[in-house]
Design a protein around this ligand. Structure first.
Ligand code: F0G
Length: 377
């Protein structure tokens, strides 16, 4: 048995990587699928809820699955620099994989609107950080223009290798559960990840020999099963947006997106058409969560299950819990919620929630004893 080194080695036969490629990897993927024990009991409904904790990837988000592919291919094609616009996680991941590859990273982030941990990562890995006086959507436009004007490879999810890497999360889920879940819930920003998961589920069910009924409209020939996707064992895909940044709910682009979940503060999703197809093909839906619901779900998960994700990630659970309670997700269902990023990314928002602020006490036994016995009553 060989050492686990990352998704490219693990799923090499299903990824567009050449045999002799120099693989740029940091051990991404292979993240835990945790069955929730305490929260479902409080719902009074018979459902199985799992969280796929993508926050345990090397840079703390699902982006690493896509970045190992994008950077491996960029290096192979001779790139000496990569570029991205980011709400934080893509920039952290790009910076780390560029460092690993020995190439430059340029990252455009919205001034003052990314979580501290993500900024720290981009800086520590030696990326050139450009804080633009605009939002993610402005950054995305500029990055596309820059890629025309200079020898820099875009590693946002418009780079098709990103989605190819990210599809492997679906493979891992099917392998662990022995089948696809009935529902798969994700937070949606650019809608790259929900698209990538759908590609993964489609490929997996076609690889298991089911009957091909429709052309694979996503992979543009990159996937191994480019001939077609199948209707087989695939989940309904549920995409949840923050209310202030919910173009899929509004039915059109949103110009000034706002939300406490800065990772998904996006008004012009790059995978707009793909995401609508995913919804149609899977029989799923989009919905929105308020900032309050998102933060409540983040705290509930941390307090009741011991799992600390970042705010944006909690949109998947917030939406799932609401749809279980209102019966839109029926009893007996198995549900996977992707927790896209690690809670430590955004300590400021967590501390601001302040459910149990630290108690300051004198450094003597009496004071400590009093404080503790108070709590045990
Ligand atoms: N959750 C987190 C933690 C994210 O960082 C992102 C996207 C999403 C969800 C949404 O995923 O865009 O594929 O629908 N973050 C990007 C970034 C935009 O720059 O880090 P999506």
């Amino acid at each position: 048995r060989s050492r686990y080194t990352g998704i490219i080695e693990r799923y090499r036969d299903r990824l567009p990587v050449h045999d002799d490629a120099r693989v740029i990897a940091l051990g991404e993927g292979n993240t835990p699928l945790i069955r929730l024990n305490n929260i479902p009991r409080t719902l009074g409904r018979d459902v199985d809820i799992y969280v796929k904790f993508e926050g345990l990837n090397p840079t703390g988000s699902f982006k690493d699955r896509g970045m190992t592919m994008a950077v491996t291919r960029a290096v192979e094609e001779g790139a000496r620099a990569i570029i991205c616009a980011s709400t934080g996680n893509t920039s952290a991941s790009a910076a780390a994989y560029a460092a690993r590859a020995g190439i430059r990273a340029f990252v455009l982030i919205p001034d003052g609107k990314i979580a501290q941990g993500k900024l720290a990562q981009a800086m520590m890995h030696g990326a050139t950080v450009l804080q633009i006086k605009g939002n993610f959507d402005d950054g995305m436009r500029l990055v596309k223009e820059m890629a025309q004007a200079a020898p820099v490879t875009i590693v946002n999810s418009v780079n098709p290798y990103r989605l190819q890497g990210q599809k492997t999360a679906a493979f891992e889920i099917v392998e662990e559960l022995g089948r696809a879940p009935d529902y798969h819930c994700l937070p949606v920003g650019n809608a790259g990840n929900i698209t990538a998961h759908w590609i993964g589920y489609c490929e997996y069910s076609s690889a298991s020999g089911d009957h091909v009924t429709e052309a694979c409209s996503f992979c543009k020939g990159h996937c191994m099963y480019a001939g077609g996707a199948v209707v087989g064992n695939r989940p309904k895909m549920l995409g949840y947006q923050a209310s202030g940044s919910a173009p899929f709910m509004r039915g059109h682009m949103v110009d000034n997106p706002e939300t406490v979940a800065t990772a998904i503060r996006i008004g012009h999703p790059q995978s707009w058409d793909y995401a609508w197809k995913v919804k149609e093909e899977s029989g799923g839906w989009f919905d929105e969560c308020s900032d309050e619901e998102i933060l409540a779900a983040q705290k509930l998960l941390a307090e009741r299950e011991g799992v600390f994700c970042e705010p944006a990630s909690a949109a998947s659970l917030a939406g799932a819990l609401r749809d279980v309670k209102n019966g839109r997700i029926p009893e007996g269902s198995s549900i996977v919620c992707t927790l896209t990023g690690q809670g430590l990314k955004d300590p400021e928002t967590a501390i601001r929630q302040g459910s149990r602020p630290p108690l300051t006490v004198e450094a003597d036994l009496d004071a400590v004893k009093r404080a503790i016995l108070d709590q045990l009553d």
